[in-house]
Design a protein around this ligand. Structure first.
Ligand code: HEC
Length: 270
């Protein structure tokens, strides 16, 4: 196929540019992707988690491809063996890291439009943002057939995705040698709840500048806990979402304090 050639050159170019990260691919335009896929784009109905309030869910139909079909197209048939984690990078620096195994268990889709032809945007209620553009690509999950996925909310639904990597992460910087091993639970919580946007010792997302390990050392515990549980009470209109409000309040408190304990203890590495 003649349109494969420039696409492949682009991959090769990128791989050389991003030395070390051997499996980085910038996603092609939606028109280009549609040409490359062997199946036509399909309708993808989901409950839009950014619009969910408590138990009230809004069904939206998007248009796109099964994520595993796109991954196979981008990285080849053996994509599952090229890394443990699929890393989605968004235009605004947000990084979402999702285990390869999850894509084999649950149904994910890379979508690029709404079926009803309306603007490809969403209101992000947790982040106080309206009409957020979702393109070029938005990763969504079939949470209509899975109550467990519905419960997770929007944490693994990155939008504005323009690059995909297959990586095997080395998170040694989160637990440097000598750190009390009992703090590993705190490191895990940070990975789950914070590191899509923030960094600790260079590891994590790029939505907010700075090293959380350093920032937390300048804060008191109540101040930190307030940031994590109710960020908009400190900075109205902040785009930082509160720690999952699908968890019980006691559990939210426990997580915030465990995070603080871990961040205070972890040494700041250059
Ligand atoms: C969706 C992205 C996102 C997630 C997830 C997130 N934050 Fe934030 N956070 C931000 C942004 C953006 C700011 C800056 C405030 C602003 O400009 O709205 C911020 C600010 C902060 C601040 C204040 C920093 C300062 O210098 O005053 C702290 C502390 C913080 N976040 C901790 C956390 C912790 C701990 C977690 C995990 C429980 C977390 N954040 C999860 C985006 C995020």
């Amino acid at each position: 196929m003649s349109n494969d050639l420039p696409f492949l050159c682009r991959i090769v170019g990128l791989v050389i540019l991003v030395s070390g990260a051997a499996h980085a691919v910038e996603l092609p335009s939606t028109a280009n992707l549609q040409q490359q896929m062997t199946v036509p784009a399909r309708a993808v109905p989901v409950y839009e988690p950014h619009l969910s309030v408590g138990d009230r869910h809004v069904a939206i139909e998007y248009v796109g491809f099964r994520a595993i079909d796109v991954l196979e197209r981008l990285f080849g048939r053996d994509w599952r063996r090229q890394g443990e984690t699929v890393e989605f990078r968004a235009l605004d620096g947000y990084i979402s890291r999702i285990a390869v195994s999850r894509f084999l268990r649950e149904n994910a889709f890379l979508v690029f439009a709404r079926k009803d032809g309306k603007a490809f945007t969403v209101d992000n209620l947790a982040q106080n943002q309206q009409d957020v553009p979702l393109g070029p690509y938005y990763l969504v999950w079939d949470n209509i057939s899975s109550p467990a996925l519905l419960k997770e909310g929007a944490s693994k639904w990155p939008y504005q995705v323009n690059e995909v990597n297959l990586v095997t992460l080395s998170d040694g910087a989160l637990l440097p040698k000598g750190l009390d091993p009992r703090l590993s639970g705190g490191a895990q919580l940070a990975k789950t709840h914070c590191l899509s946007c923030h960094k600790i010792n260079g590891f994590g997302g790029e939505k907010f500048e700075g090293n959380l390990a350093e920032i937390a050392k300048d804060m008191s515990e109540p101040e930190f806990v307030r940031w994590v549980l109710t960020p908009s009470s400190i900075l109205s209109g902040t785009t930082m979402p509160p720690l999952s409000d699908r968890l019980a309040e006691g559990e939210r408190q426990r997580i915030a304090k465990a995070l603080f304990g871990y961040l205070r203890a972890v040494p700041v590495l250059p």
